[in-house]
Design a protein around this ligand. Structure first.
Ligand code: PAF
Length: 283
């Protein structure tokens, strides 16, 4: 059985022992509803560290939409089974009152990483992410922390926070894990019904097609190509698709504007609708 720890005090006591034994500590922060994407982060942490902690906490402060928080999938028993299978050492599963005994009044601001794309559409979201991730870093004091590149912007914000607060942790970005047909794995995928699931695959398909298209077309043409392909499908609505400098996250006008260029997309899928994100590397 995987060890379940519910309080910061118990976590601290357990991790002091681990540190005394000279082991490095890997942290995989999650909001539960674990899937193969999370498993790949945990497996990497297990390979690279002597002890792996996975946090499983649906963080209320990062939800700007309370309905989204209410419907966020919670599957703790299945999460524990998956974590045991992939060799995590313990799961940190606190109550909201444990992480927020008082309202967190801290404000984090790392422009432009947190003021573009998701930062515009989900006001307060990255502030909430920085609140919980900084609390987890202070509680666990990990050697390394693992984040999936599906949340490309989140990694940039967390890297800016770690630099700003001078937190001694190595941030390890990990590649997106996809279903066989290309759909990026996400806890939200389980909110899709069968027909929405079929529709959702068009997001990654459009991004992959655009990689080839981009070789002979401008940034603007590539952007329009993706947006018009997806908006033409009933049941999909592109919220934004931005082609950006992978470091600053600011939009580029030409492929030569940055050394690394990424396309980041958010699409509403289906009736509810479910908000899905994905991204692709152009260079
Ligand atoms: O990416 C997530 O699942 C969350 O934003 C994180 C990093 C676990 C913070 O709640």
């Amino acid at each position: 059985m995987i060890e379940i720890i519910k309080t910061k005090a118990a976590l601290d006591a357990r991790l002091s022992e681990v540190r005394k034994s000279g082991k490095t500590i890997g942290l995989v922060p999650t909001m539960g509803a674990l899937h193969a994407g999370h498993a790949s982060l945990v497996e990497r942490s297990v390979r690279e560290n002597g002890f792996t902690v996975v946090s499983d906490f649906v963080n209320p402060t990062q939800f700007n939409d309370k309905n989204d928080l209410k419907h966020y999938p919670r599957t703790f028993e299945a999460d524990c089974a998956l974590l045991e299978r992939v060799g995590a050492d313990c799961v940190f599963f606190p109550e909201v009152s444990e992480m927020y005994p008082e309202p967190d009044t801290r404000h984090f601001s790392y422009p432009p990483t947190d003021t573009v794309m998701e930062g515009v559409r989900r006001p307060g979201h990255f502030n909430g992410v920085c609140q919980i991730v900084s609390k987890l870093f202070y509680a666990v004091k990990p050697t390394r922390a693992y984040f999936g590149e599906k949340d490309f912007q989140q990694i940039a914000v967390i890297q800016a926070m770690v630099k700003d607060l001078d937190i001694p942790v190595e941030i390890c970005p990990c590649p997106i894990v996809r279903e066989q047909d290309g759909l990026a794995l996400s806890s939200r995928n389980r909110l899709l019904d069968a027909s929405e699931r079929l529709l959702a695959v068009n997001i990654s398909r459009a991004l992959f097609l655009s990689q080839a298209f981009a070789k002979t077309h401008s940034v603007r043409e590539t952007r329009n190509y993706v947006v018009s392909m997806l908006d033409a499908l009933e049941g999909l609505r592109v919220e934004y698709f931005e082609i950006v400098d992978a470091k600053s996250l600011l939009p580029v006008e030409s492929w030569n504007d940055a050394g690394a260029v990424q396309g980041c997309i958010t699409v509403y899928c289906g009736k509810t609708p479910v908000r899905l994100i994905d991204n692709i590397k152009y260079k």
